[in-house]
Design a binder for this molecule. Structure first.
Ligand SMILES: Cc1cc2nc3c(=O)[nH]c(=O)nc-3n(C[C@H](O)[C@H](O)[C@H](O)COP(=O)(O)O)c2cc1C
Length: 187
């Protein structure tokens, strides 16, 4: 698969086969992530890998409760509130693996660096026949002091990007894209 194919084939995968992703495959994804550019070559990223489904289910429940409490009375959140209220809904879609990309957030570009690493990881996953999905819903919970301590994330660092990884159960339909909005093209 060439890079352009991988870019176009990548989808947010929300349904997975139960098998665990093996260590060699995870290490390949981490290597791809660390090939990302970073401001002043700071390479601020560090990774947490969670492959304990019971723990992921616990963090999912915790995240849902926090998101519901935070969005109470917000009409814009209604669509999500219904989903988050469903006890069967797991914000990690029962994926076997969660990769959290962390960094010291005091760096001006740490967020950008980590998200670039996240995209490298996602494209490398496509090339390996794996699916991924960014899980923004998880970030507030992953940044709670208690959870950070459980995941050995140092106090000075934060969880910046969270991605589930697994063997996809089928290929999701492409989501429509807007045409590139070019504001100006000065020649
Ligand atoms: C920063 C970020 C946070 C996201 N958070 C979630 C999430 O919490 N749950 C989810 O199901 N999808 C999440 N997504 C996936 C997007 O919904 C998805 O990428 C978008 O709908 C486009 O679909 P595609 O990735 O298949 O092209 C997130 C994507 C990004 C970039």
């Amino acid at each position: 698969m060439d890079l352009n194919e991988a870019i176009h084939a990548r989808r947010a995968v929300r349904s997975y086969l139960p098998e665990t992703v093996d260590e060699a495959s995870i290490r390949l994804l981490l290597r791809a992530a660390t090939q990302a550019p970073s401001a002043m070559n700071a390479q601020p990223w560090a990774f947490v890998i969670v492959q304990d489904k019971a723990r992921l289910a616990r963090y999912s429940d915790r995240a849902k409760a926090a998101l519901l409490a935070k969005s109470a009375g917000d009409p814009k959140a209604e669509r999500y509130r219904q989903m988050l209220s469903d006890p069967k809904f797991n914000i990690f879609y029962d994926a076997s693996t969660l990769i959290v990309i962390c960094a010291d957030q005091s760096g001006a570009y740490a967020q950008a660096d980590c998200w670039l690493a996240a995209q490298n990881l996602q494209l490398a996953a496509v090339a390996s026949g794996l699916g991924t999905c960014c899980i923004g819903f998880a970030l507030p919970t992953l940044n709670e002091a208690e959870v950070k301590a459980e995941l050995a994330i140092p106090q000075r660092m934060g969880a910046i990007a969270a991605l589930i990884v697994g063997k996809p159960r089928g290929q999701p339909e492409p989501v429509p894209r807007k045409e590139p909005a070019v504001l100006s093209w000065l020649r």
